[in-house]
Write a protein that binds this ligand. Structure first.
Ligand code: RIB
Ligand code: CA
Length: 309
């Protein structure tokens, strides 16, 4: 079965690995990439997306830039995690192909309008572009075949004890998104931290040759510190969100009501998850088949690597 997928992202180490999966899976037709400020500023996330497009070889896929700032708050970033440029110590050739003239939100609206019910929308950064698109055209909530995010947590955060980075970066946008007329598939930290790229996985990835040396392994290990006790490897958070669209069989899910805290002194950006809701608005990923996930991801990456030799 082929899936059309539009990825809104803030590349970003794991966003780049997610883009590689979306590009490499023959069952996924990547129909667009939109960028948002998040891990690093919009100029960098957009430059990274443009460079990845040419380095990986999907020149026909439009890239459209979106919001550089959250809806109302001051921008935060995660350069301390992803590096100042956003791709760790990976350097890619300068892009030569143009950025779309459209704003990301308008690109999302027009792409979904043109193929109602056919395009799976995935967001792996702050939800600002999605919120802007919903405010400009609420019907996208009906037009999207599905809507999956990497974000949130029903236990602890990573940016604060309560909040995961993508939600904390723009809580007002997240509130708009979770309150819209669709079901949000939430791939949160509780899920993504189950499938870290441990040393066994990294050793297998290293066997993929130049693509692994130049891109995959540096992205998947940039901030991992083996000296930290009880830390197996770097999470590939955003890869899990794309994997869900193509391989939902690898995931256990529970319906829930998710509300976003936007005022708490210590809890702003928290996804408050009620697993016994009157009216669910989300599907929460609770468990992943870790071996199945890595077998899938590695098989797709191997296909891309083989095609480059
Ligand atoms: O908390 C993890 C999320 O924040 C991932 O999407 C990562 O890329 C960062 O954006
Ligand atoms: Ca991201």
């Amino acid at each position: 079965m082929a899936y059309s997928l539009l990825l809104d992202c803030d590349p970003g180490l794991d966003d780049a690995l997610a883009l590689l999966l979306a590009h490499g899976d023959p069952d996924i037709q990547l129909v667009g990439v939109t960028t948002v400020g998040g891990n690093v500023g919009l100029a960098h996330t957009t430059r990274n997306a443009l460079q990845l497009r040419e380095y990986l070889g999907f020149p026909e896929v439009p890239v459209a830039a979106g919001a550089s700032q959250p809806l109302t708050r001051e921008a935060v970033n995660a350069a301390h995690v992803h590096g100042e440029g956003g791709l760790g110590n990976v350097t890619l050739p300068e892009a030569t192909l143009p950025l779309s003239e459209q704003h990301a939100a308008d690109f999302i609206i027009e792409t979904l309008r043109a193929s109602p019910g056919a395009v799976h929308l995935v967001a792996t950064g702050p939800l600002t572009n999605i919120a802007i698109a919903l405010e400009r055209e609420p019907a996208i909530a009906r037009w999207a075949a599905s809507f999956t995010i990497m974000g949130g947590s029903y236990t602890r955060g990573n940016a604060t004890p309560a909040a995961e980075f993508n939600i904390l970066a723009d809580p007002e946008a997240a509130k708009i998104v979770f309150d819209a007329d669709w079901q949000v598939v939430m791939i949160g930290l509780d899920l993504t931290l189950q499938a870290q790229a441990n040393s066994i996985v990294v050793d297998r990835l290293k066997a993929l040759g130049a693509l692994a040396d130049e891109l995959i392994v540096p992205l998947a290990t940039f901030y991992f510190n083996p000296k930290v006790p009880d830390w197996d490897g770097q999470a590939v958070h955003d890869v899990c969100a794309v994997a869900y669209v193509a391989r939902p069989d690898l995931f256990s899910m529970r319906p829930a009501r998710v509300d976003i805290e936007t005022r708490g002194e210590f809890t702003t950006g928290m996804t408050v998850v009620d697993f016994d809701p009157l009216v669910p608005n989300a599907l929460i990923a609770t468990k992943i088949d870790v071996n199945g996930f890595w077998a899938y991801v590695e098989s797709v990456y191997a296909k891309v690597a083989a095609a480059r030799t």
